[in-house]
Each structure stands twice: as C-alpha cells, then as structure tokens.
Design a protein around this ligand. Structure first.
Ligand code: HEM
Length: 495
C-alpha cells in the first residue's frame, strides 16, 4: 500500500489537475494567458503546473520575469529547454545546438550584420517590395473596397522583404515553389506538438528532416557560389557571417552559416508577420488612428503637390505615432507567450517574487533542478494592475504629454528606476514590457523588425484606406507564435 508523503513545503504551489501525467496541458494549450491569469488569481505569481510530464514552474510579473530571464547560467539553460525543437529545424552546430558561450558569439556576429549602414540600404528595398506587393497582389482601386486575408498577405510580404534585405539577392531570386514547399515543411516541424513530442513517427517529422537538409544545401550552395564568384553582397547577413569568426579566430563553417540563416528566417518570419497583421487589424478597426497616421506621414513627408518624399532610415526614428501603434500591438499581442528554460540547479525564489514558503523559518520557495521555468512577459504587459485599460489597444498611451506610459506603470516599479517614456522602454530583465524578451537571450532582431514593420505600414498608410467589416479576430494559440485567426481587411486606394 502506497502512503502519500507530505509535499515539501518549499516547492512552489502545484496547480490542481485531474490526470497525473497530462496535467494542465489542455487548459494551458487552449489559451495560455487565460490559464496563467487564472492560476495567478489562485496561487499568486509563483506556481508549478504539469505539462505532459514536465514540471513547469511559472514566475510572473516584472520580478518573476527578472528571476527567469536574468537567471544565472548555472541555474537556467535555454538550450536544454529548446534544442529538441530547434535543432531539427535550424540544423546542427548553432543556436541551441552548441554551448551558450558560442550562441553569444553567434549573436554578436549577427549584430554585426544588423548595422546602421545595412539598415540604410534596406529602407528603399522594403519600400519597393511593399509597393510591388500592393500594386501586383492587392491592386487597390479608388472608390471600390476590396478584401485581403490579413495574415496570409503579411506572411507573404514579410518573406519578400526579409529576403530582399537580410537574406540576400539569391534567396530573393529563388523564392519559388520549391522554396515555399521546403519552408512549409520546416515550418510544419516547428509547432507546439514538435516541442512536446520530439520524436513521433509522423510523416511531418520526416518531411521536416528532408526539408532541413535541402534548405541547408540551398544556403551552402549560395555561400560556395559567393566564395567562387566574389560578387559584391556587402549589405546582407550571409556576407556579414562569411566575414565573421569566433573569438579564437575560427571562422563559421558553411554549414554554420546556412543553419544560422535558417534560424534567422524562422525567428523573424512569424513574429514579424503576426505583428504587422495585428497592427493592420487594429488600424482597420480604428479608422480615426489610421487617419492620424496619414496626417503624421503628410506632416513629415508631404510635398506641396500632394505626393510624398521617400522614407529614409533616419526618418523612421521620428514617427512617434507609427512607433506607438507597433509598440502597443506588441504589448497586447506579444508573439511569444511563453519563454522557457530548464532548471540546472536549485533556484531559491526571492521574497519579492513570492512570500516565504515557511514564514516562521523565513524559508523561501525553491524551484528544483529538473523543473522547467516559464516566463510570460505578456502577462505583465496585460496586467490591469500595471496598465490603465490594459485590454484596450490604445497607442496614445505611449505618447501622452509627459511621455509616461501610465501613472500606475510608473508607480509599479518604483517610478524612477526605469524610464518608461516613449522610445526608452526598459531593456532590463525586470520590466512589465518585454515583447522581445530580456537578458542574455534577448532578441537581436528588434531594430530590424521595427524597420521592416514601419516601412511596410508607412507604404500602406500613404496609399490605401482600410476598414474592418467583420468582428475583430480572436487569437490562435495552437501555433508557436500568437497569431490572429483568419480575418479579412477591406482596403481601397486613397483618392
Ligand atoms: C530572441 C521576440 C523578431 C532573432 C527573441 C526572444 C523573444 C523574441 C521574446 C527571446 C526568446 C527567449 O528568451 O527564449 C521577437 C519579436 C519579433 C522578433 C516579438 C518581431 C516582432 C526577430 C527577428 C530576428 C530575430 C526579425 C532576426 C532577424 C532572434 C534571435 C534571438 C531572438 C537570434 C536570440 C535567441 C537566444 O538568444 O536564445 N525574440 N523577435 N527575432 N530573436 Fe526575436
């Protein structure tokens, strides 16, 4: 006869569930934010839930974000949490298939490719892609409303603009059916199912592996071609990586470069297309804000004859309302709802995250080795205790007269510690606004994503009117990135 032992009181509270191994998989999977907010209501900012056999310990709020995203290398590991998902898709030797120290150096090499000089050359290229897409695919007509599927259109345009810039001429030139098939097969292997079940005997897993080999070879062929041809490709990421080396002088191998290019493709594609889709959906839903954005464009770039002067990279820094619309969209639709790490050694939980587990002994909670930790910056980003009218999309909150996001927000974190004003949102690990994560794994694609989003949106705002004739779409949480469910936007050419 088994006797249930009393649970260690320093373990974080365990979320109630009926089925032992399955745990809270269904409620978390269906709507992670509802699940996390509900659990917070019941258990506070620190709790553990069971997800298909894994013990996931969640720490919420800015202090919880700090505990996980600012965690020491000896305590938390991203590669141990992600490699089974990412390595079959990106390929071997890079990102989470190497020690963290190497990933840090790889990120430095990618940053070298994301230089101001490169960005300057990208603005006209993105504008051209967006204009061609508008004229050839959307074909807006003055006086006649047409409709397009928000996410499909933005996914297509994102890959066009990313390949015309970062990915390089050869990739842009070969965005054909073969590329699309390979991309879809890879993408089909980058899902929550793949995360939960690394090795299922399903056809999609085989397709993923085949597509990875083909995609890797596709990039390596480009790299070999460049080594032989010596063509001038100064401004793209392949060029930057080909001229980079690890600190000890070892250059990246062709396969490393290929796999990093696949990783960048995957990292940027859904996050950016989700953000442009959500932003456009909100703008179509708020013609008043859309009109204000048009006025912003006219004020800054309007010529006396009613035309617009071309955007430059410098101009993008001075578009407060456009910037705020993207910033606000990322607040309530953070593309990544859960950031995970594997716990490598016990983590004592500071009392700022959760009150002591045993108050009389002043003993804190401990997250044990072997658990996973889960940070969800989106919870703090939508917390009504932090943000006024937290669930309302209101870009103006970022540009009020004092440039302070909200009074409650300033007070929440001691007010003066972090400047939440426009353009200076905290990049620290303890913040209620972290759509790009924080700490050593923080996103390096933020500036590129903003550049791409701003240029695409500015091109649309200048040329088209938009409206939403159907209900605002709900969220699809069945994908790795938080996407809008299918929805159409109506548009017509401006007179
Ligand atoms: C990491 C969000 C676009 C490349 C991250 C993380 C987040 C994030 C939350 C942290 C993940 C973690 O800590 O586990 C976003 C959002 C984007 C975006 C919201 C667009 C709106 C991009 C783009 C690129 C990119 C365009 C590439 C050009 C990366 C890389 C990492 C990263 C290399 C580092 C992973 C690591 O160090 O473990 N991103 N991302 N991202 N992102 Fe992005």
């Amino acid at each position: 006869r088994q006797v249930a032992l009393p649970r260690d009181p320093t373990l974080p509270p365990l979320v109630f569930h009926y089925i032992p191994w399955f745990g809270s998989a269904a409620t978390y999977g269906m709507d992670p934010y509802k699940f996390l907010f509900d659990c917070r209501e019941q258990y506070g900012d620190l709790f553990t839930f069971i997800l298909l056999g894994r013990r996931m310990t969640v720490a919420l709020g800015p202090k919880g974000n700090n505990l996980i995203l600012g965690g020491k290398l000896s305590q938390v590991s991203a590669e141990d949490a992600y490699t089974h998902l990412t390595t079959p898709v990106f390929g071997k030797g890079v990102v989470y298939d190497c020690p963290n120290e190497m990933l840090m150096q790889q990120k430095r090499m990618v940053k070298f490719g994301l230089s101001t000089e490169n960005f300057k050359s990208y603005v006209p290229l993105i504008k051209k892609e967006a204009t061609d897409f508008m004229n050839n695919e959307l074909k807006p007509v003055a006086g006649e409303w047409k409709q397009a599927h928000a996410l499909h259109s933005m996914a297509e345009l994102t890959i066009l603009t990313a390949s015309a810039t970062l990915q390089g001429k050869e990739v842009r030139g070969k965005l054909d059916k073969t590329f699309a098939r390979r991309y879809e097969a890879l993408d089909g292997g980058f899902t929550p199912i793949n995360f939960m079940f690394p090795n299922l005997p399903l056809p999609s897993y085989k397709k993923r592996d085949k597509a990875q080999r083909e995609m890797s070879e596709f990039y390596q062929e480009i790299i070999r071609g460049r080594r032989e041809g010596g063509a001038d490709h100064d401004h793209d990421m392949i060029a930057a990586l080909m001229s980079s080396a690890y600190r000890d002088g070892t250059p990246l191998s062709d396969s490393d470069i290929a796999h990093m290019m696949i990783a960048l493709l995957m990292a940027g594609q859904h996050t950016s297309s989700a953000t442009s889709s959500w932003t456009l959906l909100h703008l179509a839903d708020r013609p008043d804000v859309y009109e204000e954005l048009y006025q912003e464009q006219k004020e800054k770039f309007g010529n006396p004859d009613g035309t617009f002067r071309d955007l430059t990279y410098e101009d993008l820094k001075d578009l407060p309302l456009l910037d705020s619309c993207i910033r606000e969209t990322l607040r309530i639709h953070a593309p990544i709802h859960s950031i995970m790490r594997k716990v490598m050694s016990d983590i004592p939980v500071p009392t700022s995250v959760a009150a002591p587990a045993i108050p009389e002994k002043n003993a804190s909670y401990v997250i044990p080795e072997g658990h996973f930790v889960l940070a969800s910056p989106g919870v703090a980003q939508m917390d009504p205790k932090v943000w006024q009218d937290a669930s309302i999309w209101n870009p103006h909150r970022w540009v009020d007269e004092k440039g302070v996001a909200s009074k409650a927000l300033a007070e929440y974190d001691g007010g003066d510690k972090i400047d939440y004003g426009y353009g200076s949102v905290s990049k620290g690990t303890e913040s209620p606004y972290q759509p790009f994560g924080a700490g050593r794994h923080r996103c390096i694609g933020e500036s590129f994503a903003y550049l791409q989003l701003q240029t695409i949106l500015a091109t649309f705002i200048r040329n088209m009117e938009m409206k939403l004739e159907e209900p605002f779409p709900k969220t699809n949480y069945q994908t790795m990135v938080v996407l809008p469910l299918p929805a159409k936007i109506s548009y017509r050419l401006r007179k």
